[in-house]
Design a protein around this ligand. Structure first.
Ligand code: AMP
Ligand code: MN
Ligand code: MN
Ligand code: MN
Length: 283
């Protein structure tokens, strides 16, 4: 059996391992393929592909976009995106700039609460990548303001709490179309966190959604079974992954969620099918 992990973050967003370290960890775990799915950024892909080819590990270029539907966050994964597409990169730039503005707003909110973070350390931890709430949670933890990462989210960073600031908003439909325009396959991420209702998935399928992330560390076995049934009923592809971040947020190590290589074959088939269809439209 060949296994894959189709949801992994690197230091380019809120993961703690570099693309090279992610690849080496996946090789050690005996995986055949992994997808790099950073939030709003694709800059880690090239490095992963380079080192992946050295080890014979297949790298699927991916992304994770945050969308908002009726006030609730829904994440959209995109697989096999043509990450060098300049239109796509232009869009991502807007998201990343908005993340920096939001980081300054969060810093100010925390200041008003009497919490002074080491801004330099915060931004340097985020590096050139997409800065987000996980970076703040780590900074709050190391400053001693909270006892653990979960408390940082629960007390300060989730909606309704004093340091919460909205991100740049796009709708799930916009997320789907953005991924498709870059040649990617849109798949709804961890549907238990939002977007898992059958009627919603059906509507998204009519807008171009291709699959559901059925296997995720936050899903119980019965939830995964239910999403598997929904996927088969709605004729949607099935993916899964560890959503690996590493560090204090670590829930599941790379490769800990068992996903068969067949998921990758199905994504490739979908990508080819879409390319053929687009060619027919152009001809
Ligand atoms: P952002 O994209 O900056 O809004 O940050 C969202 C990220 O924070 C998610 O991708 C998770 O990695 C993490 N996150 C969000 N909510 C929680 C939570 N309640 N507990 C732990 N991590 C969370
Ligand atoms: Mn994250
Ligand atoms: Mn997510
Ligand atoms: Mn993720």
């Amino acid at each position: 059996m060949k296994f894959v992990d189709l949801h992994i973050h690197t230091t380019y967003s809120d993961g703690v391992l570099s693309p090279e370290e992610v690849v080496e960890t996946a090789v050690r775990a005996g995986l055949s393929a992994i997808a790099i799915t950073d939030h709003d950024i694709t800059d880690g892909i090239e490095r992963a592909v380079m080192v992946g080819s050295k080890y014979g590990l297949e790298i699927i270029p991916g992304i994770e976009l945050s969308c908002v539907h009726k006030g609730k966050e829904i994440h959209m994964l995109g697989f096999y995106i043509n990450w060098e597409n300049s239109w796509f990169q232009g869009k991502l730039k807007v998201f990343q700039q908005a993340r920096v503005r939001r980081a300054h707003q969060i810093i100010n909110r925390l200041k008003k609460l009497g919490i002074e973070l080491d801004e330099e350390a915060l931004f340097s931890q985020a590096g050139e990548g997409a800065i987000g709430r996980t970076h703040f949670a780590r900074a709050l933890l190391s400053s001693g303001a909270v006892e653990n990462m979960q408390a940082a989210f629960d007390k300060f960073l989730v909606k309704g709490k004093p340091a919460f600031v909205e991100k740049f908003r796009i709708t799930p439909e916009e997320g789907i179309s953005m991924i498709q325009r870059a040649g990617g396959i849109p798949v709804i991420a961890h549907p238990v966190y939002g977007g898992g209702q059958k009627s919603f998935l059906k509507r998204m399928k009519s807008k171009g959604l291709s699959g559901i992330e059925v296997y995720h560390p936050s899903h119980t076995a019965s939830q995964s079974r239910r999403f598997l049934e929904t996927a088969s009923e709605l004729n949607l592809l099935v993916t899964g992954g560890s959503d690996f971040h590493g560090g204090p947020t670590e829930t599941a190590p790379i490769g800990s969620i068992e996903v068969d290589y067949a998921a990758v074959e199905a994504l490739k088939k979908e990508k080819l099918g879409r390319e053929r269809k687009n060619r027919r439209i152009m001809e």
